[in-house]
Design a protein around this ligand. Structure first.
Ligand code: GDP
Ligand code: CA
Length: 319
């Protein structure tokens, strides 16, 4: 079985770990979000690709959900001693090595997709991880700061400001000109099922879908497309997804997120059991819906969610 998953960081990565466990023989292609990428200290940092790579490769800081396990921060302290920031982005010593290798390879002319493949040679995530595009796409958030409206980098909004101010708009800068990375459209065209994990619908899955050709390829693939809600009980399970949903005019409910993707894209949607009341609304929008436990408390829970997603995919196949 060939499965394509559009993934952001933590929600995508934890789901993928369950999916790999649920179907060990499946060929899983992960299309990773690169809208979060940022240049820091002259280095190219790809937070979502790294979260997927470290989580599946056994190098993740489990409690945090991002960054490396057993991390130290000597380099960051030394940079700060020179007054060199930003200090709000926590890059650890082990993590730095990844960004150095990546930046070096990009500088030598390799596209990000080839660099990601090379990094995965070490981590052996057990999936094929492809960035959504080799072209630069950077998510910016329009906010009002000190009485002035401006667009700031997504990481500045999310990490420095902790999404504490209202997001007026979310713009994947460069997306319109970006091309899907080599292998992305091919993987979608030959997939048996496409899954939207419980990743952020706006700044993770939404950004991937903003690369021209990807949404169309999924809609036209003629295979089941199923998603899992990142919203449980009218709030994101982790993080501040409600802030960016509001920016695109979508309420933070499992049903509203399904409608946002729409029946033109989604065939099936899983909501948590606490949102069982939303099933009818999703189904009347033309999307098959089931309520099951959606909290990835451990690997077994994530594995069960992956199984349910595949079961739902079989139910909607050919409907
Ligand atoms: P990010 O790039 O690290 O923010 O990660 P993603 O975009 O992949 O996922 C973020 C989303 O995952 C958030 O909106 C969370 O609500 C959701 N999420 C995190 N843990 C869980 C969980 O256990 N269950 C569900 N249903 N959603 C989760
Ligand atoms: Ca992210």
């Amino acid at each position: 079985m060939r499965i394509v998953v559009l993934a952001g960081g933590i929600g995508g990565a934890r789901f993928l770990r369950g999916l790999r466990q649920a179907v060990p023989d499946a060929e899983i292609t992960v299309i990773g979000n690169t809208g979060d990428d940022i240049h820091l200290f002259g280095l190219k940092v790809c937070p979502d690709l790294d979260t997927v790579m470290y989580t599946l490769g056994g190098g993740i800081n489990e409690e945090q959900g991002w960054g490396r396990a057993d991390e130290t921060f000597h380099l960051k302290e030394e940079l700060a001693a020179y007054g060199v920031g930003p200090e709000w982005f926590g890059l650890g010593d082990r993590d730095f090595a990844t960004h150095i290798v990546r930046t070096q390879m990009l500088g030598a002319g390799y596209p990000l997709s080839a660099v990601t493949e090379a990094l995965c040679d070490r981590w052996k995530p057990g999936v094929r991880l492809i960035p959504m595009s080799d072209d630069r796409v950077e998510t910016h958030v329009a906010v009002e700061l000190d009485g002035e409206r401006k667009a700031i980098h997504f990481q500045e909004y999310w990490v420095r400001l902790r999404a504490s101010v209202e997001a007026h708009a979310v713009v994947p800068v460069g997306a319109e000109q970006a091309k899907p990375a080599p292998g992305v459209l091919e993987a979608i065209a030959s997939a048996d099922v496409v899954i939207f994990p419980p990743s952020n619908p706006v700044v993770s899955v939404g950004t991937i879908l903003a690369v021209p050709g990807i949404r169309e390829a999924i809609a036209e693939a003629g295979v089941p497309v199923v998603g899992l809600s990142p919203i449980v009980g009218d709030a994101p399970v982790r993080g501040m997804a409600d802030k960016v949903l509001a920016a695109v005019g979508v309420e933070s409910t499992a049903a509203a997120v399904a409608e946002h993707y729409g029946s033109g894209l989604l065939d099936g949607w899983l909501v948590d059991t606490v949102d069982a009341g939303a099933v009818d609304r999703v189904e009347s929008a033309g999307i098959r819906c089931r309520a099951i436990p959606l909290l990835m408390t451990d690997l077994a829970a994530a594995t069960q969610m992956a199984r349910e997603a595949l079961t739902l995919a079989e139910e909607v196949r050919g409907v």
